[in-house]
Design a protein around this ligand. Structure first.
Ligand code: SDX
Length: 427
């Protein structure tokens, strides 16, 4: 493969180096483009633009491959514990028993919330959307942990990491419980990371909490599957906010807001709302398929399509299988699961979807499992954020360790040319 590309422009041949990744990906390094040509690139949505070199996640959208630090998502989802995947993403290697124990102990030491921050949560209206509440509270963590803003050393960075790994699960559980009208309680210090999240979320005030291994296992798998996904919208948000040297908590809070959108993580809520609407409308799949294809109709098949995957999202395959298992193990029947399967079958044989390579993505089946766990629809994306936390941390840490420059894209101006100011009496 050549080591550079040549741009012919205004009678000149200008060379730009090629950048090669470790998985046969290539990019044009355009760092000197404007200096050499006075041109910039223009790429709305960054569909053809890389923002960084990263060693965290590899995606092959054509083949439907997803690897965290070189490990296939299928292997991790089937064999790993979420906390060890978090450690892998953040620090680059799977931990040994001693490293994992220390990580968990350090996180547990931070698993509490300032009582005044709890008062802020209690002051939100119960109808408030949980993602707006979670983003606000995560940003507020900065006010209660001011020394976690300037992470200029590895030690500062580690302290900030275990702080948010410890505190976010408590905030997530309390945001969920506030919506359900349940008391805001802590978990059990003796439990593992995921088991404690389940206990904090699902324990009832009037009876002893009995852990359900089906729920714990499904939660562990879902958190792993949502943990990281390279330069998606919310992760790019976390990186660009962090590139101004804003603190980790403020950057994560911004990522939570970006994830909230229905085109991104908010799709898991939109999918179940869509499936419910189809069910209540008599289950007429074909009518909704036609709506999804009708350009004049704003309706889209939520949970379908992806910027990178032009094949099955490997996570969707795993979650679809897990949804069947969880419903069976819990002895539940959810009519929207059948509607989802019928929609998938219909779409995978419809030229509109086949031609555009639109497949189910991570959000298509996940809400069905969350619902089986007793999680309210508006809280689905909060669970996505909880899973994505280690990925956001890993990407933020990599950006800071690589001393990436502040993110500041250019533009092409298409507004008014110069004009003189007119005093009010002349307008
Ligand atoms: C996530 O980036 C990540 O990695 C994200 C994520 C992660 O882990 O972080 O994987 C999580 O956000 C998954 C995506 C969740 N969103 C949804 O399910 C919402 C529904 N999907 C679409 O809105 C859309 O597919 C996007 C937003 C996911 C991707 O949009 P793109 O890449 O900008 O693609 P596009 O909108 O340009 O669509 C290309 C064509 C268009 O038709 P044409 O103009 O070519 O005729 O496909 C059509 C679109 O209209 N299309 C759809 C569709 N998705 C795309 N048509 C109907 N239903 C859909 N869902």
């Amino acid at each position: 493969m050549a080591k550079n590309v040549t741009l012919s422009y205004e009678g000149k041949e200008i060379e730009f180096p090629l950048v090669e990744g470790t998985e046969n990906e290539w990019g044009i390094d355009v760092k000197t483009l404007r200096a050499k040509t006075n041109l910039i690139t223009l790429d709305p949505g960054f569909k053809n633009t890389g923002s960084c070199k990263s060693g965290i996640t590899f995606l092959d959208g054509e083949k439907g491959i997803l690897r965290y630090r070189g490990y296939d998502i299928e292997d991790l989802a089937a064999n790993a514990d979420f906390l060890e995947v978090a450690y892998l993403l953040i620090f680059g290697e799977l931990p040994n028993a001693e490293q994992l124990d220390k990580f968990l102990v350090d996180i547990k030491e931070e698993s509490f919330i300032d009582e005044d921050l709890k008062k802020i949560l209690e002051s939100f209206p119960s109808a408030a959307h949980p993602m707006g509440v979670l983003s606000s509270l995560t940003s507020a963590l900065t006010a209660f942990n001011p020394n976690s803003v300037d992470v200029d050393s590895e030690e500062d960075m580690y302290k900030a990491i275990v702080r948010i790994m410890g505190k976010l699960p408590v905030l997530v559980a309390w945001v969920f419980r506030k919506k359900e009208g349940l008391p805001l309680k802590y978990g059990d210090y003796s439990l593992g990371y995921v088991e404690n999240i389940a206990r904090m979320m699902f324990r009832k005030p009037n009876k002893e909490y009995i852990a359900n291994p089906v729920i714990d296992s499904a939660l562990n798998k879902l958190l792993i599957l949502h943990a990281e996904h390279e330069q998606n919208c919310s992760t790019s948000t976390v990186r660009i906010v962090g590139s101004s040297h804003a603190g980790l908590f403020a950057s994560i809070a911004a990522g939570i807001s970006a994830l909230w959108g229905p085109l991104h993580g908010g799709a898991n809520q939109a999918v179940v709302e869509m499936l419910e609407a189809i069910r209540q409308d008599g289950g007429d799949i074909k009518r909704y398929m036609e709506k999804a294809k009708d350009k004049s109709d704003p309706f889209r098949l939520m949970g379908f399509g992806h910027r990178v995957y032009k094949n099955f999202d490997p996570r969707a395959r795993i979650i679809k299988k897990a949804a069947n298992e969880v419903l069976t193990d819990l002895g539940l029947v959810d009519p929207v699961l059948d509607i989802a399967k019928k929609l998938e079958a219909e779409a995978l044989s419809d030229p509109y979807f086949v031609d555009r390579k639109l497949y189910p993505n991570v959000d298509f089946y996940s809400g069905i499992i969350y619902r089986a766990m007793g999680i309210s629809t508006e809280t689905f994306t909060v669970m996505f954020a909880l899973g994505r936390l280690p990925g956001w941390i890993a990407q933020w840490r990599e950006m800071r360790k690589n001393k990436e420059p502040i993110g500041r894209p250019r533009q092409i101006y298409v507004g008014k040319n110069h004009r003189e100011f007119l005093p009010l009496k002349s307008r």
